[in-house]
Every structure is written in structure tokens, then in C-alpha cells.
Write a protein that binds this ligand. Structure first.
Ligand code: NCD
Length: 305
């Protein structure tokens, strides 16, 4: 089924029909990988533009393209790019579109993805725009939730950590808003609370949410989504040092509970390594799911699914 969109910059663009189709296609991609890949995107090129640090997202997009028989060209690091020389985002995208059939971009500025999508003659995917959105992460989170919990409607999710600057929790909140009876517990220090753009969305949709500063208040949920305090967004480094490890999830918090632990990664201490061996720990499975979801998106946006 084709998507209702040509470019993906925000989870707010997606309909429930879109997410249903993406989840279904992702499951098919899992089978494709198990069979050794395919040549569905043979002859197609992905331009992978990363102007902000990334390991997972970039490798995941590139692995997804390669698993489908496509090719990848990469630009990495703002200081090595024409953007650094003063080229506009619009020109960078127009140039990349002359080389490639589809573009993904990570950029430190919120709104850069919309700028890129507005001009791109080929499908464009936002791979993270500053503290704005990270829609493909949210889709892989959704896919992971649906696999681990066998449902999405009715789930109770606790989000922990840097809810202010963490783009993944913003994108995932909007996406879960498409499902019935989803409930949020938001655990953060006062300084890093979920921004108004998200809480006003919960209110508009009459989505139940509770804000607290205590990790223990969030343990009675189906999913706990831990996040890293986003060092690179802080102007004052002392604030970062003070807030960085306010919440550390340990095995003792989750071992006797039916709660799935997610994290977009990288973790920098928020989940103790003693959680890794527990069946609750789904964050490495979440990474693997990312490839299937990005394969699905690349194929669907290139109208090849
Ligand atoms: C996240 C991101 O870049 O927003 N990482 C990722 O894409 N897997 C989360 C983070 O950097 O903390």
C-alpha cells in the first residue's frame, strides 16, 4: 500500500493507515533479511547526509538500503561539507538529488528537515533535526512495542530523562496518539519536562498523562522508555553535569515486573548493564528492528513495496 506522504519529516504527518502499512511491511522485511536480502532497490541510490553525530541511525539506514540491493553515498560531518562553506540546506538537497533517488538527513537545526522536504525533488527522510523530530526512530519504537507487547492500543508507557530536548520522545508521543487508550507517565527533572508542543497535543487528543520527578512512579507500566540527557543541547555545561544521571534504571527496578525496557541509544549510564541480561531488556532488539522499519520506508517511499 502506498503511503499518504512523499517525504517523512514528522510523525504528525502519518495516519493510522500509514502506520498499519509500515508495521506490516516491516514484518515482511524481517522475512526478506532472514532469506539473505533482496534486489528490490537495485539501481537505486540513497544519499545519507549526517551533519550531526550518529552511529546507529546512519548505519541502520545504510544497512537497510544495502539489504534491499541498493547503493549508498554519504556526506558526514558539518565541518567537511559545503554547508560549512555557507551553502544553504536547499542547495545541498538540490545537489544531492542530482546524484540520488532518495535522501536521508540529520542536521542540528530544528526545522531543517521541513526546509529540505519543501525543495527536494526526490523522497526525503528526516533522520533527526536538532531537538525537533526523529520520525524513523519513533516508527522503529512503535514496531518494537507492537512485537514485544503484542499490542499498541491500550499500552501504558513511561518516558524517562530528557523529555525537553529528546526528539525521540516527541516523535513517539505524536505517533502513539494514533492509537486508542494509550497512557503516558513522564519522569523528568523540572528543567527537562516534556515541552508544551507535546503536552498540548496530549490535551487536544484527551490522552491521559502524568508528570513526576520520581522514577519509582513510572515502574507500573507496560513499557519504560529511557533517554540520554542531550549534552549537545545545553548552553550551560554545569546544568548538564547536574542533571545527567538523575535517573539510572537498574535490574532491581524491573526484574520482577512485566515491563519492557526501551532506549533509542546511545546510553551513557541511564541503564545499568545489569539490566542487559533480563528478558525485559529490549533495546538491542529495538536496534535490529530499526533496519526492518527503514527497509520498509525506503521501499514504500520509492514505491517499490
Ligand atoms: C537518538 C537521537 O539521535 O535522537 N539516537 C538515535 O537516533 N538512536 C537519541 C540520542 O541521541 O540520545
Amino acid at each position: 500500500m502506498p503511503l499518504s506522504i512523499q517525504h517523512l519529516t514528522s510523525t504528525k504527518q502519518l495516519t493510522r493507515a500509514d502506520t498499519d502499512a509500515i508495521l506490516k511491511e516491516s514484518a515482511k522485511m524481517e522475512a526478506v533479511v532472514a532469506k539473505g536480502g533482496s534486489d528490490l532497490l537495485k539501481g537505486k541510490i540513497l544519499a545519507s547526509l549526517f551533519y550531526e553525530p550518529s552511529t546507529r541511525t546512519r548505519l541502520s539506514f545504510e544497512a537497510a538500503m544495502l539489504r534491499l540491493g541498493g547503493d549508498v553515498i554519504t556526506a558526514d560531518g558539518l565541518q567537511f561539507s559545503s554547508l560549512y562553506k555557507g551553502e544553504t540546506i536547499e542547495d545541498t538537497i538540490m545537489v544531492a538529488a542530482q546524484y540520488a533517488d532518495i535522501i536521508c538527513m540529520r542536521h542540528p537545526e530544528q526545522g531543517s528537515a521541513d526546509q529540505a522536504a519543501a525543495i527536494s525533488p526526490v523522497p526525503f527522510i528526516n533522520a533527526g533535526d536538532g531537538p525537533g523530530q526523529h520520525p524513523t526512530q519513533a516508527l522503529l519504537d512503535l514496531y518494537t512495542i507492537s512485537k514485544e507487547r503484542k499490542k499498541v492500543d491500550g499500552i501504558h508507557i513511561t518516558m524517562v530523562g530528557d523529555l525537553l530536548y529528546g526528539r525521540t520522545v516527541h516523535s513517539l508521543s505524536f505517533l502513539l496518539g494514533l492509537y486508542k487508550d494509550v497512557k503516558f507517565t513522564l519522569v523528568s527533572p523540572k528543567e527537562l519536562k516534556m515541552p508544551e508542543k507535546v503536552t498540548s497535543f496530549y490535551k487536544e487528543r484527551s490522552i491521559e498523562f502524568t508528570e513526576t520527578e520520581n522514577l519509582e512512579d513510572g515502574l507500573d507500566a507496560d513499557v519504560i522508555y529511557m533517554t540520554r540527557v542531550q549534552k549537545e543541547r545545553f548552553e550551560n555545561k554545569d546544568d548538564y553535569e547536574r542533571l545527567k544521571l538523575k535517573y539510572i534504571l537498574e535490574a532491581k527496578h524491573v526484574k520482577d515486573r512485566d515491563i519492557t525496557v526501551l532506549h533509542p541509544l546511545p546510553r551513557v549510564g541511564e541503564i545499568s548493564t545489569d539490566v542487559d541480561a533480563l528478558p525485559n531488556a529490549a533495546y538491542f532488539r529495538q536496534v535490529q528492528n530499526g533496519v526492518f522499519v527503514r527497509m520498509a520506508l525506503l521501499a514504500m517511499l520509492l514505491q517499490k513495496s
